[in-house]
Design a protein around this ligand. Structure first.
Ligand code: PHE
Length: 362
């Protein structure tokens, strides 16, 4: 009898058809034609009942063996087709990560860059961020109390005149809001808004009625505030020396602390860096350049902001962002910062694809 021949033929033809099936669709048609409800193997199995009982056992066993074999072939082909499909997809959807970024500055009119003021703010944030400082913010329009009063600058104090303040019309309380003359009100806002310990910087816009090559009515400052237990002048000095050396990228930059006066710090210190007046070079020569104001937060300011000065101490500092940007890059004039001259902007803009990182040295 063709007992085993027909089975061998079915196995061979199935293997051939599977090999010819180029995709999962064709494969499924083969699978159904052999193993499906009315498939050839199923038909053979159904035919078992018509066979004489003595032959049935052997035929049944052969058919079951064949069934296992066919199922194995079908599964193997499916795996092979799925792998091939995945390989094809991976090849088609490949992302070429070796593609170099567009050259900077790009020539097209659509090209953008980071403004030097923004860049300096990013660098300051990166450096202080690495020292554990968070960034705080406050509004440009500030109350007289937060800009002056809370900071221990009383009514009629000469510091109010020094600041060339822009005043707004008085509100319901009869007090005139101001365009903040420094970022120091963010010190007060932060102390009023959160419990110590505090460690923040506050970069932002500031305003004074003043205009020449090194002053603009709108300019930028960054404030710093640290409040904790046992904070000393040593912390202030170490923190600012580290910052100045990192920012100007001069390892041994000379830094000098000089006694000064601010109503909101006691003692107060002006901070100078070494430079050569003759060549303009930073870190060289024997001249000093004033960079920022700083000091230990005045106990009255702590008390005004709801912090017990017997338990908490701190230091604060404030510096002009335009000024340190001009010094770092050797820019002679501050006015072009705000003139939107594309030639100037293209020259000084930084690559938006390389944000400042301490690993590279900012
Ligand atoms: N607010 C001061 C200024 O604008 C700078 C400063 C901030 C000084 C914090 C001491 C402490 O000149």
């Amino acid at each position: 009898m063709s007992d085993t021949n027909d089975l061998a033929a079915l196995r061979d033809s199935t293997a051939q058809q599977l090999a010819a099936a180029a995709d999962l669709r064709a494969w499924d048609a083969v699978r159904v034609a052999v193993l499906g409800k009315s498939g050839s193997l199923t038909g053979l199995l159904k035919g078992l009942g018509a066979i004489a009982p003595e032959a049935r056992k052997e035929r049944g066993a052969s058919l079951n063996r064949l069934k296992g074999e066919l199922e194995g072939l079908v599964e193997a082909r499916r795996t092979a087709l799925e792998e091939a499909a995945l390989d094809a997809r991976l090849a088609a959807e490949r992302l070429d990560v070796t593609l170099s970024p567009r050259p900077f500055p790009p020539s097209g009119a659509e090209a953008g860059g980071i403004h030097p003021i923004s860049r300096t703010m990013e660098e300051i944030t990166a450096i202080f961020g690495a020292m554990g400082f968070a960034v705080a913010e406050g509004p440009d329009i500030e109350s007289d109390w937060l800009n002056f009063g809370a900071l221990n600058i009383p009514e009629h104090h000469p510091a109010r005149q020094d600041h060339d303040t822009f005043y707004l019309p008085a509100g319901a309380d009869g007090r005139r809001p101001v365009l903040r003359t420094h970022t120091s009100p963010v010190q007060a806002r932060t102390m009023l808004g959160q419990e110590p310990p505090i460690r923040i910087i506050a970069p932002g816009r500031t305003w004074r009625a003043d205009h020449d090559a090194t002053h603009s009515p709108m300019f930028h400052q960054v404030e710093g505030l640290v409040i904790d237990r046992g904070i000393t002048l040593g912390h202030l000095k170490g923190c600012l020396i580290d910052f100045l050396r990192a920012f100007f990228d001069i390892r041994d930059l000379p830094v000098r602390f000089r006694a000064s006066y601010f109503p909101f710090t006691e003692p107060s210190m002006e901070v100078d860096i070494g430079w050569s007046r003759k060549t303009g070079e930073l870190g060289k020569g024997s001249d000093w350049l004033e960079i920022l104001g700083s000091g230990m937060v005045h106990p009255k300011v702590l008390a005004n902001c709801g912090i017990d000065p017997r338990e908490w101490q701190g230091f604060a500092f404030g510096m002009g962002i335009e000024r340190i940007t001009m010094l770092k890059h050797g820019m002679p004039d501050l006015r072009p910062f705000y003139e939107s001259d594309l030639r100037w902007l293209r020259h000084w803009a930084s690559d938006p694809l390389s944000p400042p990182s301490l690993a590279e040295g900012v």
